[in-house]
Design a protein around this ligand. Structure first.
Ligand code: FE
Length: 246
């Protein structure tokens, strides 16, 4: 079996949120898809250890916000890599409440669906939750974020609770055909920086000195050692101390 074949499946990235007894929880998931058109139903696959699953199953409601291509990295960091049991992920985002009662995150979203739970299937590590769409809206005409784009841009792998998680070692040991590179591109390859890339131990974000971190104001060619002491991971906000050479 070639694990990299799974990376050829296309996904989006979504904030999935719910509310129960006045408390809100949410996470970022890629496993969300429409399963029927009449009635309109969608399914999500949620890890049993995910704090949000209890909220969804008890309230029988969830919302799904479709993230835009250039989403705010702090939203990805908090909703994707932190737990709703530790922080209030909603303190800095704008939300509305639709028919089901679930909070809908508007920041960095291009559209949303509001769903009531109509069925759930225990699939082992995860629960497949099926929701009927009660309401939906489009927020902006911007492009949605795809999982492939996210993986390439941030050099990220799925976190352990994701249904699409694959161990890094399994991927590294596989040989697959490389993309065809045109000859004029190969002649422009810059020599590699002498300082190594560093990886965030919290979320897996990789700082590459050749690319810098332009979103954080760090120009390409900046060695990790020269980053300001208050540099923070653009995904999860972890400090420099959490980065290890990779
Ligand atoms: Fe991080």
């Amino acid at each position: 079996m070639k694990y990299k074949a799974f990376h050829k499946l296309s996904y989006g990235l979504y904030i999935i949120a719910s509310e129960f007894e006045g408390k809100r929880a949410g996470y970022i998931g890629n496993t969300a898809f429409q399963v029927t058109s009449s009635p309109a139903q969608v399914a999500i696959s949620c890890h049993k250890d995910n704090a949000t699953i209890d909220f969804i199953l008890k309230s029988k409601a969830f919302s799904l916000s479709v993230l835009k291509k250039e989403s705010d990295t702090s939203i990805i960091g908090e909703f994707g890599f932190m737990s709703s049991t530790d922080i209030d992920k909603f303190r800095n985002v704008e939300t509305i409440t639709a028919v089901s009662g679930a909070p809908i995150v508007l920041n960095s979203s291009v559209a949303w669906l509001d769903c009531k739970v109509v069925n759930s299937v225990d699939v082992g590590s995860h629960v497949l939750i099926i929701g009927e769409v009660l309401d939906s809206d489009v927020i902006s005409g911007e492009e949605p974020l795809t999982y492939d784009y996210y993986r390439e841009k941030y050099k990220m792998l799925a976190p352990k609770n994701a249904p699409t998680y694959i161990e890094k070692e399994k991927l590294e040991n596989e040989i697959v055909p490389e993309p065809v590179i045109k000859s004029e591109q190969t002649s422009k390859v810059e020599p590699k920086s002498e300082t190594s890339a560093h990886t965030c131990a919290i979320c897996g974000f990789q700082y590459n000195p050749e690319e810098g971190d332009t979103a954080s104001g760090i120009p390409p060619g900046t060695p990790f050692e020269d980053l300001p002491e208050d540099y923070k991971c653009p995904i999860c906000n972890a400090g420099k101390d959490y980065f290890n050479p990779s």
